[in-house]
Design a protein around this ligand. Structure first.
Ligand SMILES: Cc1cc2nc3c(=O)[nH]c(=O)nc-3n(C[C@H](O)[C@H](O)[C@H](O)COP(=O)(O)OP(=O)(O)OC[C@H]3O[C@@H](n4cnc5c(N)ncnc54)[C@H](O)[C@@H]3O)c2cc1C
Length: 284
């Protein structure tokens, strides 16, 4: 009788407080792919697991498409969201303390199984990594809009956000963490009365904060209720990340960041009123 091998690839941040999940990763060599908040969470959790294993743990392999720069781990103590800053610092500590080895400039193309059933990651440029037992893929996602295919949605072809919203939140332009508050006007579609809100409204942009969604919903509900003055009055103070500048391209290394991960410019929170022509804050 053949025994089906357990799947060794997951697309979720593992909950290492769960005993079964903890057992799955304990003592294993794990690859974490990605460099966003989810990947930081996984790196920090695996480092905590390694510390608990008292030196017997295998190192995590951390795979990034880009290089590591001052902005990789976020704004640290300069981040106006302390928990977001602390998460980046925890991931940095995982690397600095030797729990994770970073492999940079690695664009995973295929994953092969070796004779022992372990996984070998192969990059586009042909590089092959030493086998790992587990792979955690945290490379972002995009909303599933397939069930809306009969509706007339106006979506930016690259970001998959409403067209009016795309330039306001484009992560290539808004690397400072500056994302403009917005409401019913930017979230409307050719299909009257249809709005995508919350994280799904951001398409592939990774910068969504719950606060933004609350303001989106407030504006849209006001519009539906007929209070157009309230719907137009979109106001929101968003916390700065504490890092800014950057190459503007996902795969290019940032060259204008401080190497210590500190914030290059963390302007005071600004109340931004939509409908004005205020230019984007400039940084770095
Ligand atoms: C690791 C991580 C950490 C984060 N930390 C923060 C933070 O500290 N602060 C912050 O503001 N934001 C944080 N975010 C962003 C956070 O996800 C959002 O702020 C918030 O959860 C978004 O809320 P939402 O309701 O828009 O989307 P979600 O929380 O993703 O909720 C969408 C819901 O819709 C459901 N759904 C999807 N498709 C369908 C369908 N076809 N039919 C019915 N239901 C469907 C999903 O199952 C889900 O329940 C974090 C994100 C990640 C990944």
């Amino acid at each position: 009788m053949s025994v089906r091998r357990p799947d060794r690839i997951t697309y979720r941040v593992p909950d290492l407080k769960d005993p079964a999940t903890r057992a799955r990763y304990a003592g294993k060599r794990t690859a974490v792919i990605g460099s966003g908040a989810s990947a930081f969470t996984a790196l920090a959790s695996l480092a905590d697991l390694a510390k608990a294993e008292d030196g017997t743990a295998a190192k995590t392999v951390w795979i990034l498409r880009r290089g590591i720069s001052g902005s990789t781990f976020g704004g640290g103590t300069a981040d106006q969201l302390p928990a977001r800053g602390a998460l980046g610092l925890a991931a940095k500590a995982a690397v600095d303390e030797g729990h994770a080895d970073a492999v940079t400039g690695f664009r995973t193309e295929t994953i092969e199984r070796d004779g022992d059933g372990r996984l070998v990651l192969v990059a586009e440029d042909g590089r092959r990594l030493d086998p790992v037992d587990e792979v955690i893929v945290l490379t972002g996602f995009r909303p599933d809009l397939s069930f809306l295919s009969e509706l007339r949605l106006g979506l930016d072809e690259r970001l998959q956000t409403p067209i009016e919203l795309a330039p306001l939140i484009d992560p290539n332009q808004h690397s400072c963490g500056t994302v403009y508050p917005h409401g019913v006007n930017e979230l409307s579609h050719p299909e009257q009365g249809v709005y995508l809100v919350g994280m799904k409204s951001y398409g592939r942009a990774p910068t969504f904060l719950a606060l933004t969604g609350y303001e989106q919903v407030r504006s849209i509900v006001a519009a539906i209720a007929g209070d157009h003055e309230a719907a137009e009055r979109v106001e929101l103070v968003l916390p700065e990340t504490g890092v800014c500048g950057g190459a503007g391209l996902f795969d290019q290394p940032d060259t204008d960041q401080q190497a210590d991960g500190g914030g290059c410019c963390a302007p005071a929170p600004a109340l931004i009123q939509l409908g004005t022509t205020d230019p984007a804050p400039t940084c770095g």
